[in-house]
Design a protein around this ligand. Structure first.
Ligand SMILES: O=P(O)(O)OC[C@H]1O[C@](O)(CO)[C@@H](O)[C@@H]1O
Length: 533
């Protein structure tokens, strides 16, 4: 019988098991179901994974080590695009990695040095705009060319001592219009971040920025830089090769913030801090490659994910950072996890026989508590929660805020697990003077079923190094889940169809004949044309 079947049987055999009972049965559970790596601690004891489930889950992880080595050593594991997957090389700049017999590292090191030199020149004024020292940098990109640096720049704001950095991603003109408002083109650097340099949103925004700049300075493209693997196209845009930072097709968009796509972050926090970020990612790589599966943080996080989604059938998972500066982490993880593992066929093209990746969503605590936690505590759907919290904050004179933040985080995981049974709710209502049928009715609304699972990732403090660890942890989690599910986590064919149709729809909206659309789409287009005329 396969480990999957035995896991499913085991879950059924657990019946009405309560997570709290696992703590009663095993006094060492809190420590035993915790996994640490270089200062990070993942507590996964508040889940229904017991020792037997853990052992069965670890059986599922058996194919991970071979695939992991294949990834790190440059094998073409992205089989549907016939590409290697080497984003890890971007943060492990020493050593060599052979791809088709050629060491890719010297070129990576060269590009990294050029990035550092350019970022330093922007920061110290060695590179100036046509109106003087650069005061503002706009990163224009979308998806993996936006979410990573945008998330990290916000996360690392205590280290932000370079020019202001803005991010424009949406093709909605509101995004770029609101950003350009109040900026001086003569002291602004525009970074066009696009691996392909064809993405319609990015190219449209870049053209608008170029026109904006052309109205103010003699040589607009002199204040443009490009992050792309399509160097031919960047040249067509008139961007000097000295300001083009390339990367290879073996760096997937959503895995690319470690290299040139991270330039805006590097300008914000400086090359040294950026290198600390890389070092954090590299530390997680070493841990992932070397730690036994049972003590391997990304593998354990992946197994918890598989237990909750594929075995228990919980449809979504919430990522809840108790850190305001990690406000964009859920959005970043949505792309990382859902673009990577939101698939319906296995690597060999056959239909998946079990669910692929779950819906990932979230918001920082404590704000989420006052918005959607009602559903998490008392709704009919069980949402496994992944809390992230730092032991120390950054504002020494606001330490009491941080204490309250941590208290809220721990309170939530405790409340989710314990809940509040009916007898306690009845006592509560009795103490308020209720009796009879009304007592029962009111008490039932105040019952919390509890037994709702969560994990807590505890970090010492949010800094460049720990952020690097966190991002690499989730990257490897996604990879390990993908391996266990037998899918390719590195392609994204599912985003193509909508892109194609959007191009075909533009003529219809302009009133040109455009056959082949369904009646609903045609009618909506007609209504829009009417409203715009
Ligand atoms: O960097 P590019 O080529 O503009 O692509 C942006 C994004 O578009 C996608 O290809 C699809 O959304 C992502 O994978 C990628 O991060």
């Amino acid at each position: 019988m396969s480990a999957w079947t035995r896991l499913q049987d085991h879950r059924e055999a657990q019946g009405a098991l309560r997570i709290e009972a696992l703590f009663d049965a095993d006094p060492a559970r809190a420590a035993e179901f915790s996994t640490a790596a270089d200062g990070l601690v993942l507590d996964w004891s508040k889940t229904s994974i017991d020792a037997a489930a853990r052992d069965l889950l670890l059986e599922l992880a058996a194919p991970v080590p071979a695939r992991r080595e294949a990834m790190f050593t440059g094998a073409r594991i992205n089989e549907t695009e016939d590409r290697a997957v080497l984003h890890t090389a971007l943060r492990n700049l020493d050593g060599s990695v052979l791809l088709d017999g050629q060491d890719v590292m010297p070129e990576l090191r060269r590009t990294h040095r050029r990035m550092c030199d350019f970022a330093t020149a922007i920061r110290d004024g060695g590179f100036a705009g046509q109106g003087g020292r650069i005061t503002d940098v706009i990163n224009i990109g979308i998806g993996g060319s936006d979410l990573g640096p945008a998330m990290a720049t916000r996360a690392l704001s205590p280290w932000h001592d370079g020019p202001r950095v803005h991010f424009v991603s949406n093709v909605d003109g509101a995004d770029i219009a609101d950003t350009l408002k109040g900026l001086d083109p003569a002291t602004t650097l525009v970074i066009v971040a696009s691996k392909t340099f064809t993405t319609i949103e990015t190219m449209t925004n870049a053209k608008t920025a170029l026109d904006w700049m052309a109205r103010a300075v003699a040589q607009p493209s002199a204040q443009f830089a490009a992050l792309s693997s399509a160097t031919g196209r960047t040249a067509e845009w008139g961007i000097d090769a000295a300001r083009v930072f390339g990367f290879e097709d073996w760096v997937g968009g959503r895995y690319s913030m470690w290299g040139p796509i991270g330039l805006s972050l590097m300008i914000a926090i400086g090359p040294q801090n950026f290198d600390r970020f890389l070092a954090g990612g590299a530390a997680m790589d070493r841990h992932f490659r070397q730690a036994p599966l049972a003590e391997n943080l990304p593998v354990i996080l992946a197994l918890v994910g598989i237990w909750h989604h594929q075995v228990c059938g919980y449809a979504t998972r919430a990522v809840l950072p108790y850190d305001n500066r990690l406000g964009r982490l859920p959005a970043y993880l949505q792309q990382l996890e859902m673009e990577s593992n939101g698939k319906r066929v296995a690597m060999d093209g056959s239909d998946l026989t079990r669910p692929s990746g779950p819906v990932v969503w979230g918001e920082p605590g404590t704000n989420g508590q006052h918005a959607f936690y009602q559903l998490i505590h008392q709704g009919t759907a069980v949402v496994p929660c992944e809390f992230i919290v730092a032991a120390r904050g950054h504002e020494p004179d606001l330490a009491h805020h941080h204490l309250l933040l941590i208290a809220n985080c721990l309170a939530q995981s405790e409340a989710l697990m314990r809940g509040r049974p009916l007898d306690e709710a009845l006592d509560l209502m009795r103490s308020k003077g209720l009796a009879g049928a009304e007592l029962e009715r009111q008490a039932r609304h105040r019952v919390f079923p509890g037994n709702r699972p969560s994990t807590t990732l505890l970090i010492p403090q949010l800094d460049p190094f720990t952020l690097g660890q966190i991002v690499a942890l989730y990257e490897h989690r996604v990879f390990a889940e993908g391996v266990m599910l037998g899918i390719n986590s590195f392609d994204q064919w599912g985003v193509e169809l909508g892109k194609e149709l959007a191009l075909k729809l533009a003529p219809l909206l302009q009133g040109q004949p455009a056959p082949g659309h369904d009646p609903s789409t045609e009618r909506l287009a007609q209504l829009i044309r009417d409203a715009r005329s």
